[in-house]
Design a binder for this molecule. Structure first.
Ligand code: MTE
Length: 314
């Protein structure tokens, strides 16, 4: 989406996963060999986080779409703080430390605070959520995230009655993030949601994927995932969450407001000014497929937008 301008060996996993998923992930190696032979999307990289389930079936979403391979998820990335080259993010981010990771939650709340991700996962036990991710650039993936609903954290800090929106801010560290030395973007990356969108059960803070930790290139230490919106809403490396009365500015809508709106709901009926949004290319698959309203999550989220003109509020 180039704009016009140019711990211990076992404890962490048992914390990341529900017991059932943990037991599944523990037998990964045997399972992934068999899956590769069948040609099913199985992790191609070695390592403890390239987990596929050991029960003989590949992971898939609630519609039966197979999960994108661990390799594709971790080597095809949009992360402009590192580079605009999708294939270059993994290498450039390999020394980026995702622990310890702290976030500050404040603004219009009764209980502001600083939280470490390690504390958050103890308080809000992560679960696996296999979601489709639809990038505004018309490619998509199916990603087995590990995370917890943002609603739990927001409820804990108690938004005041004046709070209507949630603003998210990514880390700003130009000495480690070479892309932040480029003058083209108004760093730090920032995003926002309406409070009811942020409180929706589908909205999660991701702390892992494929049963393991969240790699730096996918937004570790902590990343937002809002599956019915274009991928750019799912802000990576969050260090600050702020409850506000006004709709917050967002990085992409401040650079190119006619191309990227605040809502950014996946919508095949509203084309991007420079390309169609009717179809998408699922990474790892050959043919294109239809894009669905709200990325296929309409049943759960359409009512959030009752009475709104989604062509105007794009
Ligand atoms: N968050 C930050 N901080 N910086 C970014 O450049 N890119 C966004 C989003 N979150 C981005 C970001 C875009 S455009 C997309 S499509 C997704 O991250 C890509 O997530 P992935 O690399 O895990 O697939």
């Amino acid at each position: 989406m180039i704009p016009k301008i140019s711990s211990s060996e076992i404890t962490p996993k048992s914390v990341y996963l529900s017991r059932r998923d943990f037991i599944k992930a523990a037998g990964v190696l045997a399972g992934s060999l068999a899956l590769t032979a069948c040609g099913v999307a199985a992790p191609e990289t070695a390592g403890p986080t390239s987990a596929a389930p050991a029960d003989g079936t590949a992971k898939s979403d609630e519609k039966g779409s197979p999960a994108t391979s661990y390799r594709d998820i971790t080597t095809y990335n949009n992360y402009y703080e590192f580079t605009t080259d999708k294939a270059g993010v993994a290498d450039l981010s390999k020394n980026f430390a995702t622990r310890p990771w702290e976030i500050e939650v404040g603004g219009l709340v009764n209980n502001p605070g600083k939280f470490s991700v390690d504390d958050l996962v103890k308080k809000f036990p992560p679960e696996e959520r296999i979601y489709r991710l639809r990038c505004v650039e018309a490619w998509s993936m199916v990603i087995p995230w590990v995370g917890f609903p943002l609603a739990g954290l927001l409820s804990a800090v108690e938004p005041t009655s004046a709070a209507k929106y949630v603003r998210f801010e990514s880390i700003f560290k130009p000495e480690e993030l070479p892309g932040q030395k480029e003058p083209w973007y108004p760093w730090p990356y920032q995003e926002g949601l309406r409070l009811d969108e942020a409180m929706h059960d589908l909205t999660i803070l991701a702390t892992g994927l494929y049963g393991g930790e969240l790699p730096a290139q996918n937004g570790g230490g902590l990343r937002l995932v809002v599956p019915w919106k274009y991928g750019f809403k799912s802000i990576k490396a969050i260090v600050k969450i702020e409850l506000t009365a006004e709709q917050p500015a967002t990085l992409w809508s401040s650079i190119a407001p006619n191309e990227y709106g605040f809502y950014a709901n996946v919508n095949p009926q509203v084309d991007h000014p420079r390309w169609s949004q009717k179809t998408e290319r699922r990474i790892g698959e050959l043919s294109r497929q239809a894009t669905h309203m709200f990325n296929g999550y309409a049943e759960q989220v359409a009512s959030l937008y009752d009475g709104m003109d989604l062509a105007k509020n794009y």
